[in-house]
Write a protein that binds this ligand. Structure first.
Ligand code: 3UK
Length: 521
């Protein structure tokens, strides 16, 4: 589609565009969400959104107030996300894999005055509650305690009619926290029109999503990737989505596919690798409903792309997206793909590869990938310097190193910073290093991304031990568990190398690029 076809109205509330519009289009009785053994129609969703919006309003929450969501993929997530947006408040879907200290940081940094949390997370919130500076209401999906409010009760008591807040296309709509190099995540501020642009350009433009589609995403809704796949790409087209609240295992993916018959399957490279392996001893696989598989989060190795095509006769369309750009902006497409590459820019976005001074490089040369497009976030909350380093007028610096070949395909080469993408999820080496450093045996350490047998990147630690401690498998296990207990478990180092010293700059900073070179040898 050309940019001119998408007209963004001045007055815009994205909850109305994605929910109410479907009723206006006669889809009230159509399935919007498949969840466990329930089917929720667009009318069901519309009412639950209105009720949740009213429930928040009744608590005094209004325009621009932040509402943190700590929820599993569920109808309550959808109602809370759009309910908040509909009243002009700003939902912040939050990673459910974190620890109490992380939630303390997120709640204080965002100054959310309400949080809607699943009962499973109540102990984590209560653990830090006395340190929370701004949070006024803890609304619990499930069993609420003394100092909390019951989501169910608030929603039951609320009206199912709600006039949307008078928001414009450039009002804040939602935030997503994304890990930064320092270890502290940054709140990425998205506006009302960002989702509209992403859904039109990528969802309709590349995937040709229509109301007959059923999407299924293994990336959860709290990830920018999952939020698109599992929610707004589907709702924008009046399609249906399968939501699954629990942890995934490769076999479970296949069972869900057989049960709900999705037409679009969204995975990450690590999951495709694990599914290929699990499929070896499964006899009840049926993927015949799938039109295309999609991969993002990290580069899809060509070997996985080829093996999947051979085994299931299905294409995996690799595309690169980011939290800041809302969704995928360079992608392979059904009729134009090349394994091992991210494909070509999604029409409506522009890409350029630049050198250190920001000058465009000739094709074939590796440099920093810059993107221009109208779904790019407005700024990073309360991070002025980071905002200046990232956003350049209509362009954004992705922080990724790419080159474009003579056929126009973009190939990912690596990050421009030390950040690690493991299983499609950000890991800050500094956060892992700081945690390992607290272990009594550790004198110094450096963490980098290293590749496994599937060519996928995972955290690896280089450790200098204190005098009196000896390297052993038992110590490795101990340090790995130590990390898992203290920070989100997926951040633990999969390998540990014990060394006598770390490469350092003159000022004493660990040179991670030297460790990466060491690792490649
Ligand atoms: C890396 C990729 C190579 C790259 C995301 C789809 O991953 C998403 O967002 P995040 O903010 O991370 C963004 C960064 O991840 N990356 C993502 N996809 C690819 N590298 N090939 C890929 N296909 O470093 C990028 O800057 O977590 C993915 C849709 C929405 C998203 N937010």
């Amino acid at each position: 589609m050309s940019e001119t076809e998408l007209v963004i109205p001045e007055k815009l509330n994205i909850a109305v565009e994605l929910v109410d519009k479907n009723l206006q289009m006669g889809r009230g009785k159509k399935a919007a969400i498949y969840y466990k053994d329930q089917t929720l129609t667009y009318e069901d969703v519309y009412k639950s959104v209105n009720k949740t919006g009213n429930a928040l309003k009744n608590l005094g929450i209004g325009m621009e107030d932040r509402v943190l969501l700590l929820l599993f993929d569920s109808p309550e997530f959808v109602a809370s996300f759009f309910g908040a947006i509909k009243i002009g408040a700003v939902p912040i879907p939050t990673n459910t894999l974190l620890k109490a200290r992380d939630y303390l940081y997120l709640l204080n940094d965002s100054r959310a005055n309400a949080a809607i949390v699943d009962e499973a997370f109540v102990p984590l919130i209560e653990e830090v509650r006395s340190e929370l500076l701004y949070l006024r209401h803890v609304i619990v999906v499930g069993k609420a305690g003394h100092s909390q409010l019951s989501y169910e009760k608030l929603v039951n008591d609320a009206s199912d009619e709600l006039v949307p807040a008078d928001t414009g296309k450039d009002d804040s709509a939602f935030w997503l926290y994304s890990s930064g190099t320092t270890g502290f995540p940054k709140g990425t501020v998205h506006l009302q029109h960002d989702i509209l642009v992403a859904a039109e350009l990528y969802g309709k433009g590349i995937l040709k999503i229509n109301e007959n589609d059923i999407t299924f995403s293994i990336a959860k809704l709290f990830f920018a990737y999952g939020l698109g796949n599992g929610l707004y790409l589907a709702f924008y087209a009046g399609a249906s989505t399968v939501l699954y609240p629990d942890r995934f295992l490769p076999k479970v993916y296949f069972h869900i596919i057989r049960q709900y018959k999705p037409t679009l399957f969204f995975g990450v490279p690590t999951a495709y690798g694990a599914m290929l392996q699990a499929s070896e001893n499964m006899s009840d696989i049926d993927v015949s409903s799938i039109r295309y598989c999609i991969s993002a989060g990290e580069a899809l190795p060509n070997a996985i792309f080829e093996a999947w095509k051979k085994k299931f006769n299905l294409l995996i369309l690799d595309g690169i997206g980011s939290t800041e750009i809302t969704h995928i902006f360079i992608s392979n497409r059904p009729d134009d793909y090349k394994g091992g590459t991210s494909g070509k820019p999604v029409p409506g976005y522009e890409a350029k590869i630049v050198d250190q001074d920001g000058n465009k490089l000739p094709d074939g040369e590796m440099g920093t990938l810059m993107i221009k497009g109208d779904s790019i976030a407005a700024y990073d909350w309360n991070k002025h310097k980071k905002t200046k380093e990232t956003f350049f007028g209509p362009w954004i610096n992705t922080g990724d190193k790419y080159y474009v070949d003579d056929e126009g395909y973009y190939t990912y080469v690596g990050r421009g910073d030390d950040m690690i993408k493991a299983g499609g999820i950000w890991v800050s080496p500094i956060e892992v290093e700081n945690t390992i450093m607290e272990h009594e045996a550790v004198l110094e350490c450096g963490v980098i991304g290293a590749v496994d047998n599937d060519s996928l990147v995972k955290p690896k630690a280089f450790i200098v031990l204190k005098e009196g401690f000896e390297a052993s498998e038992a110590l490795t296990n101990e340090i790995q568990n130590y990390v898992k207990e203290r920070i989100a478990p997926y951040k633990y180092p999969r390998w540990i190398d014990y060394v006598t010293e770390l490469p350092k700059t003159a000022t004493g900073k660990t040179m991670r690029f030297m460790l990466r070179r060491l690792d490649e040898e």
